[in-house]
Design a protein around this ligand. Structure first.
Ligand code: URA
Length: 209
């Protein structure tokens, strides 16, 4: 897979515009995120390994294509990742699920781990980490570091919006991790928010502000 894939499908772009609008209510924002996540999941899983299995149709036997290998691992980067997780799980219901919790130390500004739980056998699973906003890339890079430490080898990163700064940081730290997003926005502002962006994804999906 190429390092950065921008999904320019009209449905994705239209839904993203609705999400960006500041007057879009929380319930609508959450529903749109779930829908877009399914469309993005379609792209991030495009080249999964396949095999064939012999089945019987009502007409005759055939060697039919099925996914190969262990079930996928989906890893939500808390808390905003949970808004994407639901949509992706609807598309891939048999996936195993993990969670990574990180907060930013206000003094060092470094991400600090507070929760980490991933599916067994992650080393043999295609792993999709989900987080709507790839902004500075600090927490995303830290989350991927943790996944690799746990044994994950084949990792993809699925986000809704990316900033050039975050993409560059990921490419430097994890050139093997393909990023799939709906948009590469212009830049970060001085507070680390994506411009034009959509604001704080967590607050908008959970109504905390
Ligand atoms: N996290 C968010 O929720 N929004 C941004 O714009 C950047 C990081």
């Amino acid at each position: 897979m190429q390092h950065l894939t921008i999904v320019d499908h009209p449905l994705v772009q239209h839904k993203l515009t609705l999400m960006r609008r500041k007057d879009t209510p929380t319930s609508e924002f959450r529903r749109l995120l779930r829908e877009i996540s399914q469309l993005l999941a379609y792209e991030v899983t495009r080249n999964l390994p396949m095999t064939t299995r012999t089945i019987d149709t009502p007409i005759e036997p055939m060697d039919a294509p099925v996914l190969d290998g262990k079930k996928l691992a989906l890893v939500s980067i808390l808390r905003a990742g949970n808004g994407m997780l639901d949509g992706v799980l609807e598309l891939i219901p048999s996936a195993r699920v993990g969670f990574v919790g990180l907060y930013r130390d206000e003094e060092t500004l470094e991400p600090v781990e507070y929760y980490f739980k991933v599916p067994e056998g992650i080393e043999d699973r295609v792993t999709i980490a989900v987080d709507p906003m790839l902004a500075t890339g600090n927490s995303s890079v830290a989350a991927i570091d943790m996944l690799k430490k746990a044994g994950a080898k084949n990792i993809r990163f699925l986000c809704l919006l990316a900033a050039p700064e975050g993409v560059a940081r990921m490419k430097e730290a994890h050139p093997d991790v393909a990023i799939v997003t709906a948009s590469l926005d212009r830049q970060l502002n001085e507070k680390g928010y994506i411009m034009p962006g959509l604001g704080d994804a967590g607050d908008r999906m959970f109504g905390t502000k």
